[in-house]
Design a protein around this ligand. Structure first.
Ligand SMILES: Nc1ncnc2c1ncn2[C@@H]1O[C@H](COP(=O)(O)OP(=O)(O)O)[C@@H](O)[C@H]1O
Ligand SMILES: [Mg+2]
Length: 374
């Protein structure tokens, strides 16, 4: 356990937008930022003091990062576990490597969520398609088959409606082992971002209600439009998981809300999360500031929401129309991540709008030409 102070260097593995926003928060306090990313002009590389351009599992590069950093954190979970474990033996990695081992593999993740006493949808795991065929009756149809490793934004998963269709999931095994889980007829998706300091004190950010389009997060509405009973269950589940994992840093817990008011945990992310970006403007402590506090051994602050908020993602196809509309919306906080190529569906930025009237602001978003073709 160490306290890291301004002037010292925070090393970040991964140079995407999450690293960039973490770095910007840290720089406000006077920390220096070192980043490891394979691309020359990464979103975090643009704001970092030191940049190492190499693969995430490049041992020489990791050693270099260790030498220049007083503490090391990460902005995504798909890093090499063995490499991180080795790194944590010679550098200060307060979050530990085990958090990565668990959250980068859906099979480990479900096992640990269950061991923590939090609910998940019925599921089976399988190393081969034949094993899946033998086990699938335990889950039934419709179900969702997901690769254990490497999926994001709905990639690496397939909804299967019947035994006849199961064959379509065979190709997923080319990538890795898989899980099959029951399709959940949820009424809402919400996420709880829980952050825990080295002293074991944890806080949850206000719960976000998440609306996806084509499996990509479109909009987060905060506070989530759920009742007090659901809120309580969601927070209780997040706390159970964080305590079970002995979390240090940030854990985003994605959940399904069912018609009867119960919840099921969908998946975990061991880092700041897209659905928590609203906290930059709308809270007294953002998920990025709180994350920096946690890994630097500072006491965490109890989050407060200043105003209801909506965060809308800006994908490649939204950048041009957004730039045309900026002059019309003084209340929109614009965040663009500095990515050169505005490819379709690529996350390029987000917009946060604080409001006293969620309904009216949702209508304003629908009426703009940024996200909806008119
Ligand atoms: N079992 C399920 N039942 C219903 N919808 C699901 C299920 N699993 C995933 N989804 C939908 O697909 C989205 C993406 O799945 P998720 O497991 O979160 O993968 P990722 O976010 O890594 O792509 C979820 O947010 C949800 O909308
Ligand atoms: Mg997800």
């Amino acid at each position: 356990m160490k306290t890291i102070l301004p002037g010292q260097t925070i090393g970040i593995i991964g140079g995407g937008q999450l690293g960039r926003m973490m770095g910007l928060a840290a720089k406000e306090a006077g920390f220096r930022i070192a980043v490891l990313d394979p691309t020359e002009d990464s979103p975090c590389g643009q704001i970092a003091d030191y940049k190492i351009v190499a693969a995430y599992d490049d041992e020489t590069a990791l050693n270099e990062l260790a030498k220049m950093s007083d503490v090391i954190t990460f902005e995504f979970e798909n890093i090499d576990y063995e490499g991180l474990k080795k790194l944590s033996e010679k550098a200060y990695v307060p979050q530990g490597a085990d958090l990565i081992r668990i959250t980068q593999n859906r099979i480990n993740e479900k096992t640990e969520i269950t061991a923590a006493g939090a609910p998940v949808a019925p599921y089976v795991s399988a190393d081969s398609f034949e094993e899946l065929e033998r086990k699938i009756e335990k889950v039934g149809f419709p179900c969702v088959v997901k690769t254990a490793f490497g999926g994001y934004d709905g990639k690496g998963q397939m909804k299967i409606d019947s035994m006849d269709q199961l064959e379509e999931a065979r190709s997923l095994f080319e990538h890795s082992s898989c899980i099959a889980e029951a399709f959940v007829p949820f009424t809402k998706e919400v996420s709880v971002i829980i952050q825990r300091g080295v002293d074991g004190q944890s806080y949850c950010l206000p719960i976000a209600e998440n609306i996806h389009k084509d499996h990509i997060l479109h909009e987060s509405i905060v506070p989530a439009r759920i009742n007090a009973g659901v809120t309580e269950k969601a927070i209780e589940a997040a706390e159970k998981i964080a305590n079970h994992l002995e979390l240090i840093g940030t854990l985003a817990v994605e959940m399904f809300v069912l018609t009867d008011g119960n919840i099921l945990i969908n998946e975990l992310a061991p880092r700041p999360h897209n659905s928590g970006h609203y906290s930059i403007e709308a809270c007294n402590v953002s998920q990025f500031h709180q994350h920096v506090r946690a890994v630097c051994g500072w006491p965490l602050r109890e989050p407060k929401l200043w105003a209801p908020s909506i965060m809308v993602n800006v994908l490649g196809e939204h950048v041009e129309p957004l730039q045309k509309e900026i002059g019309s919306y003084p209340d929109w906080s614009i965040h663009l991540y500095g990515k050169a190529e505005a490819k379709e569906k690529r996350k390029m930025g987000h917009v946060t709008i604080m409001t006293d009237d969620l309904k009216k602001t949702l209508e304003e978003i629908e009426a703009s030409t940024v996200w909806f073709n008119k």
